[in-house]
Design a binder for this molecule. Structure first.
Ligand code: GAF
Length: 361
């Protein structure tokens, strides 16, 4: 690959149609990329130094990896680190970062940053990194450098999604299939409701859910919960592990059922699967909070076909499948319900399946 001296690259946030907390269980997910994205303007430097400016805060962080980098710039340092670890000659660079992916909302602002920086550095260095290998590198950057034990869904979505499609990803084989998602063509819309619920103890809770799933798989004698079926649960005697496992087993099945319906163009019928996914996250996986439960219940009462929280949990966003013409009414109903319960006002927008990471200029 020919190296370029400078350019502008973008990578999107994502929303997950269905398949939550299944990625680190070797299971199935079905995210799509959002129009909201992180944009990196970058130029190559002739020394091994990286200077990163956030256009949102004006802050600049400069590092050469001789010291650990913390804070938001750690996500950038992590990408430099992982590329070097993989044997690539990463060029020094001056990077300017802009983003309209809301942070802390469960829409993968971290993955968008990682994947945009990875795209920029790969092109600046003329590095030969096939696009299919990029999600694993970005995930490893986050796991090993930043220290977040995330799965591979977000980095895959930010890298591999295509406009107008959802990405069916088998998180064991990493096989992908682009599933057409023509919402507008069927008069439908996906309304996103950002609950703006304050996040608490999120990292610890995420790691605890992952550990519970791994423990359950170990007790069942399978490589991952992907390999378990509901009948296996009678072999567990820990009530908590039974519920955690039941979520993952039923969620994987719901992803496959959703895909079968989408392939037949039966978009409205995925609604009940979305709602069942939410109930499972609320009752078995216990990762919802009152704000997201309220958003789901109100959206359904206002006529949504289905609604569920998306992302790691404990706040963040809900997506609701609605008739396009009803989206504003559903959004208004949720805003009113939030006010009545004394919650922060939610933010709402429509999600359009958008392209994954690419060079803009
Ligand atoms: C977060 C993680 F980063 C993903 O890997 C995934 O586990 C998700 O939570 C839950 O489905 O976004």
């Amino acid at each position: 690959m020919t190296a370029v001296d400078q350019g502008v690259w973008a990578a999107p946030g994502r929303i997950n149609l269905i398949g939550e907390h299944t990625d680190y269980c070797d299971g199935f997910v079905l995210p799509f990329a959002l129009p909201q994205r992180t944009v990196v303007t970058a130029e190559r430097l002739d020394r091994p130094e990286w200077s990163v400016t956030s256009t949102l805060t004006g802050e600049t962080v400069t590092f050469d990896l001789s010291e650990p980098v913390t804070g938001w710039a750690a996500y950038v340092a992590a990408v430099v680190w992982v590329l070097r670890e993989a044997g690539h000659e990463v060029p020094g660079a001056r990077l300017s970062i802009d983003s309209d992916v809301p942070g802390g909302a469960g829409l993968s602002s971290s993955a968008a940053l990682e994947c945009a920086v990875l795209s920029a550095l790969a092109d600046l260095g003329g590095l030969d990194i096939p696009v299919e290998q990029r999600p694993s590198l970005a995930q490893r950057a986050e796991n090993a450098y930043v220290g977040v034990p995330c799965g591979i869904m977000d980095q895959s979505a930010s890298t591999l999604c295509r406009e107008g499609h959802a990405l069916f990803l088998d998180c064991r084989s990493l096989a992908t299939e682009q599933i057409p998602l023509d919402l507008a063509g069927q008069g439908l819309a996906i309304l996103v409701i950002d609950s703006r619920a304050p996040h608490q103890l999120v990292d610890g809770e995420y790691a605890a859910r992952r550990a519970a799933c791994e423990r359950a798989a170990e007790l069942l004698g399978v490589p991952a919960l992907r390999d378990a079926v509901l009948d296996d649960l009678s072999r567990l005697d820990d009530e908590l592990l039974i519920r955690r496992s039941r979520h993952v087993i039923t969620e994987n099945a719901r992803v496959l059922d959703t895909i079968a319906l989408l392939r037949e163009g039966r978009l409205r019928e995925i609604g009940p699967l979305m709602t069942a996914s939410h109930a499972s996250m609320r009752d078995d996986f216990e990762i919802t909070v009152p704000e997201v439960d309220e958003a789901v219940d109100t959206a359904l009462a206002a006529g949504a076909y289905g609604a569920r929280m998306t992302g790691g949990g404990f706040g963040g966003c809900v997506l609701a499948l609605v008739e396009a013409e009803k989206a504003a009414t559903v959004a208004e109903a949720v805003t009113t319900a939030f006010a009545a319960r004394g919650f922060n006002p939610p933010a709402t927008f429509l999600a359009l399946p958008s392209p994954g990471a690419h060079r803009l200029s």
